[in-house]
Design a protein around this ligand. Structure first.
Ligand code: F6P
Length: 302
């Protein structure tokens, strides 16, 4: 009988629980057994599996984080024989991995070793190559937008230089989306550093029009805090800096993330049943099969 193991890896993302529920439900409809792997690839190496049921998972589907927990292990590839042994000992025939670029690399290594694995993009960073969207991104975007909107409420009343730092690692997808959706005056994206003079000009122009300026920056922007401090001194406005940090990765998944998680997870189970091993990404708004070896490590900003 087919036995599917579900694994969440790297930074958790809102919607992971929804995907776990949807995959469990769909696999069990097929008569498969389903196990969860505790704490990502670290749990896989320990052979740390638990039985999960759709009834149990449904009560987590509306919550952020991941019921299974995650871990980061950049050295996973070197431990492949141990992982294969653990999968074999538990009689696992199929695996679904949810995570970002690093996690999909882990899935690729297992796939190359002959395991039927699907890798689903789940990261608030939305930086998985060839995928238009990732599970968790929309929830983080809405949270960032709420902060930016509320920054604007108060800055309109009492002018300040307001800067919001988003997560995103060394990528600017989340910051860009928050800033564009919220009408930020300046975007500071790691991929497109601005010369200070240009930053100053954009900020001064915003202040000239409405007395305040709103900046959205990704955490990976070079020398961010010093740059903002220098800017504040130059424009003569007090700097107010919001760093929600990992709070951006939490929260109940948005409706969009829940639907995306469900569609990707269900498609993932179907593709596994057809004998496919590879990534299941979002292309033209649909879950699409993309072989792991076609994934590049770099996704370009729109
Ligand atoms: O999962 C992606 C992410 O949230 C990035 O946005 C962030 O830079 C990173 O993970 C933080 O990682 P950690 O939780 O290991 O500090």
């Amino acid at each position: 009988m087919a036995k599917l193991a579900l694994l969440t890896s790297g930074g958790d993302a809102p919607g992971m629980n929804m995907a776990l529920w949807a995959a469990t439900q769909r696999a069990m409809e097929r008569g498969w057994e389903v196990l969860g792997v505790r704490e990502g690839f670290a749990g896989l190496l320990r052979g740390d599996f638990l039985e999960i049921s759709p009834t149990e998972m449904l009560s987590y589907a509306r919550l952020g984080g991941t019921f299974l927990g995650t871990s980061r292990d950049p050295a996973f590839q070197a431990k492949l024989p141990q992982a294969l042994k653990a999968l074999e000992a538990a009689g696992i025939t199929h695996l679904m991995v949810l995570g970002g670029n690093g996690s999909l690399q882990g899935a690729k290594v297992l796939s190359q070793a002959g395991i039927g694995v699907v890798g689903l993009p789940a990261t608030i960073d939305n930086d998985v190559d060839a995928s238009e969207e990732s599970i968790g991104f929309d929830t983080a975007l809405n949270f960032g937008l709420l902060i930016l909107d509320q920054f604007r409420d108060t800055a309109e009343a009492l002018p300040r230089l307001c800067a919001l730092e988003t997560l995103g690692g060394n990528t600017g997808f989340l910051a860009q989306a928050v800033g564009q959706a919220g009408g930020a005056d300046v975007l500071l994206l790691p991929e497109r550093p601005l010369p200070f003079e240009q930053l100053l000009e954009q900020t001064r122009s915003a202040i000239a029009h409405r007395r305040f300026a709103l900046i959205v920056a990704s955490e990976g922007y070079p020398d961010l805090e010093n740059t903002l401090q220098a800017l504040s001194e130059q424009v003569g406005l007090r700097l107010r800096f919001a760093r929600p940090s990992h709070a951006m990765r939490g929260g109940r998944p948005s409706a969009r993330d829940r639907l995306l998680a469900r569609r990707l997870a269900e498609a993932g189970v179907e593709y596994l049943a057809q004998g496919y091993s590879g990534a299941v990404l979002v292309q033209h708004g649909q879950p699409e099969r993309v072989p792991f070896d076609q994934l590049e490590s770099h996704k370009a900003l729109p």
